[in-house]
Ligand binder design. Structure first.
Ligand SMILES: [Zn+2]
Length: 433
């Protein structure tokens, strides 16, 4: 994520200004009465992943489209109206990789005057989601073609699909008994509680796919380094006999914030750790930070701003807004989270202690702000800013095997120490949806 006052927006504004000037220039040489320029596709990108493959067409004005599926063989056709075939569109076929799980081949061709037809030959039956996104950040208008498998092969995603179709009411009604943070003395010491079950840690590498997160001066992307650190941490945690790890993403693809939270709940997570790399306009900003959710108000303006930019990830990565998702998000936000936040703060404090051994701390305390990704009402959740990727020397650390492993070790120790001091309640007492 980024603490800067949106350099990407400044760039976009600058680009828009340039575009405007170029447009004016162009208009001045066109004959009177010539119609406004048709949208031009300026970039095409593909993001193949097991969960879904995304094809993005970026254009200088909104695209109008029609879509339909054809059988024997399975293919998806998207007609782009009022568009001329150009080299960008023609480059689409060359962007396909052989290991794409869903696409056999694809091509764009002139279908009839003013209509470009994109034909996607499919390896398997898919459920397409085709939608447009308005300009945001460094991106201009985008047409997004998401290809989801018709039959979900990821059990966790299959479960989520089922939840979504079977009930309009989200499965958050059965909130667990919160752990009393203070108040009545307990008869049983917490440390006496035997954890005789697997505990589930959900690791959430931030950003992904179309959303690069912050980009360092050397061009390294937040989405890449946090996934590498998450993989290292996963390997360490999985050596523990009683820890199971679930990743919200295991490749370079975009996952909406609400889906990250839902995955954690579907996995019955005992802990949720979101991994990020920080950015600021001043290149000397440095250090690691840990954030927990705040119920009301952020602890600092910077934290509030950070939460805002983080929550904007859905605008950048692009998500087809589902009304059930909105309903779920609201319900999650409305639930009382005091007990969970207290646990999150404990986890954050332990982690800061460990991080202090390997890097300077940006802030000595756990900060709090309204991060959407930390809003599971019943799962202690923290967001770790591993270092500032905008700082040249921290960027070098973030891409080094050494620092990545030190970071993974520190987070591993933090998680172990947290569980030792706060053993998760036996599963039988917790009825989660
Ligand atoms: Zn981030």
């Amino acid at each position: 994520m980024s603490r800067s006052p949106r350099p990407e927006l400044i760039d976009a504004d600058r680009r828009r200004l340039l575009g405007g000037a170029a447009g004016a220039l162009l208009l001045s040489v066109l004959p009177v009465g010539a119609r406004a320029a048709a949208p031009t596709v300026v970039a095409v990108r593909m993001w193949p992943a097991d969960a879904y493959t995304r094809v993005t067409l970026e254009s200088d004005a909104p695209l109008t489209f029609k879509q339909f599926l054809l059988k024997n063989p399975d293919r998806l056709v998207v007609d782009l109206e009022g568009v001329e075939l150009n080299s960008e569109l023609q480059s689409l076929a060359g962007k396909l990789t052989a290991d794409d799980p869903y696409i056999q081949q694809l091509r764009a061709g002139r279908f009839k005057p003013g209509v470009v037809r994109v034909v996607i030959d499919l390896k398997t039956e898919i459920k397409p989601q085709v939608f447009t996104l308005p300009p945001v950040g460094e991106y201009r208008n985008r047409l997004v073609i998401d290809l989801y498998p018709a039959v979900q092969n990821d059990p966790l995603l299959a479960f989520l699909d089922e939840q979504q179709t079977s009930a309009s009411a989200p499965a958050v009604a059965a909130a667990p008994t919160p752990t009393p943070a203070s108040g009545k003395p307990q008869v049983v010491e917490r440390s006496d509680l035997k954890v005789d079950r697997l505990v589930t840690v959900v690791l959430d590498p931030g950003h992904g796919g179309e959303d690069p997160g912050a980009v360092g001066p050397g061009g390294n992307r937040e989405k890449t380094v946090v996934l590498q650190i998450a993989n290292r941490l996963k390997a360490l945690l999985e050596k523990e006999p009683n820890i199971r790890v679930v990743m919200t993403r295991d490749g370079d693809y975009f996952v909406p914030l609400g889906t990250r939270v839902r995955k954690a709940r579907a996995a019955k997570a005992d802990l949720f750790v979101s991994l990020h790399a920080d950015a600021f306009t001043r290149p000397d900003a440095n250090g690691s930070s840990v954030f927990a959710l705040s119920e009301r108000g952020a602890t600092s303006t910077a934290a509030k701003w950070l939460a805002q930019t983080q929550n904007d990830a859905d605008l950048i990565g692009g998500v087809k807004i589902d009304t059930k998702d909105i309903h779920l998000a609201r319900t999650l936000m409305d639930l009382t989270q005091t007990a969970t936040i207290n646990d999150s703060l404990k986890l954050g404090k332990v982690m800061l202690g460990e991080l202090g051994n390997i890097n300077r701390l940006h802030k000595a305390q756990v900060e709090q702000a309204g991060f959407a990704v930390l809003k599971a009402p019943d799962i202690p959740s923290v967001l770790v800013e591993t270092a500032f990727i905008s700082n040249p020397s921290e960027e070098r650390k973030l891409i080094s095997d050494d620092y990545q492993q030190q970071m993974a070790n520190a987070l591993h120790q933090g998680i172990k120490r947290y569980f030792a001091a706060n053993p998760p309640a036996p599963r039988t007492k917790v009825a989660r949806g």
